[in-house]
Design a protein around this ligand. Structure first.
Ligand code: ATP
Ligand code: SKM
Length: 312
């Protein structure tokens, strides 16, 4: 019983650490999971390809919860490999959790899809018309595992939905509610400095101090003004969490929106196709001397996939 799945990394529009409301968008970087189930085993053991010393509790918990919900007491193994580094601000934990839950569903032979008339404000309208498991159910299970594993502050349902469904997802993380989801077609430039920042270590009290800015960002995002929302979010949360605002200021004349992603350290700039001033090539030149890596990618609106993946 082997299953595979891949889920997206994401960038931030609104960090939920101040108010519980957050927004994020799926980007074309993936984390893949392979799950092997064994009816004669009870435990689940995990491996993270890029970092043999990293904590595997999250992915093991995802598989265990999925077996508890849909399986029959199996044990097994789970392995992830990822295009994105851990703790870089690109939602690797949400992508790993989604991929691990979906790969377990695949190993159990379940049909995964999207409910046509779901209870959420915006179902995605794709996939199997009568699935055994919806992607939103799988997403919520991954968020439960993330809370159990202690890798998140709010549960990060914003990051998890963006990774699972793609597009821009605006959520209330206090009750894991998807408020809206919209497809977007942006070019994306990501600068990832060499240092790492785990979300669970972020200074939540400092984020609370910028709650009025977060409310403003939520209003902009609810109104579809994602670029403006990102840029306000980036300035407010960079200041609150002690990150340099220079990269964002340098990007503002050349991007439709730019923000610290999650709790950092990556900074994500986007170019909307109808923005004549956006020029990510020029921004890449401007950011070129900064230490770390620059990555060009795009948004994705299809989200996580189940079945064969292309391991790198
Ligand atoms: N690729 C992965 N495979 C398995 N587990 C992962 C992976 N990425 C993250 N995790 C788990 O999630 C924990 C938190 O990781 P990380 O800080 O990267 O998550 P994050 O909150 O999504 O942050 P970021 O947005 O900065 O990536 C890690 O310690 C690890 O247990
Ligand atoms: O751990 C969390 O709850 C979060 C972490 C960051 O990615 C934030 O961007 C997100 O909104 C919430």
């Amino acid at each position: 019983m082997e299953g595979r799945a891949a889920a997206l990394g994401a960038g931030t529009v609104l960090n939920a650490l101040a108010t519980g409301t957050g927004a994020a968008f799926g980007i074309d970087v993936e984390t893949r999971a392979t799950v092997r189930l064994d009816p004669d085993r009870e435990d689940v053991s995990g491996t993270i390809a890029e970092d043999p010393d990293a904590d595997t509790t999250l992915i093991e918990r995802c598989v265990a919860l999925a077996i508890e919900r849909w399986g029959d007491g199996e044990g097994g193994t789970v392995r992830t490999d990822s295009d994105v580094p851990l703790a870089a601000g690109l939602k690797s934990s949400s992508a790993a959790a989604n991929a691990a839950v979906l790969a377990t569903c695949d190993a159990l032979g379940l049909r995964v899809g999207d409910e046509a008339n779901g209870d959420d404000a915006n179902d995605t309208g794709g996939g199997d018309a009568d699935p055994d498991v919806t992607r939103l159910e799988a997403c919520r299970l991954g968020v439960c595992a993330a809370r159990d594993a202690g890798v998140t502050v709010t549960g990060a349902f914003d990051d998890a939905t963006a990774s699972m469904l793609g597009g821009v997802c605006l959520t209330d993380n206090d009750d894991d509610r998807l408020r809206s989801r919209e497809a977007v077609d942006w070019d994306v430039l990501v600068w990832t400095p060499p240092e790492r920042a785990y979300s669970a270590d972020a200074d939540v009290d400092r984020c609370g101090d910028v709650a009025s800015m977060a409310d403003l960002v939520a209003d902009l995002a609810a109104d579809g003004q994602y670029g403006e929302a990102m840029s306000v979010n980036g300035l407010a949360f960079s200041a609150a969490l002690g990150f340099d605002t220079d990269p964002a200021v340098e990007a503002m004349p050349l991007a439709s929106g730019v923000s610290l992603s999650g709790t950092g350290p990556s900074v994500v700039a986007v170019a909307a196709p109808d923005d004549p001033d956006a020029d990510l090539d020029a921004l890449a030149d401007r950011w070129a001397d900064r230490p770390g890596t620059l990555r060009r990618t795009t948004t994705r609106n299809d989200g996580a996939t189940v079945g064969e993946t292309h391991e790198h």
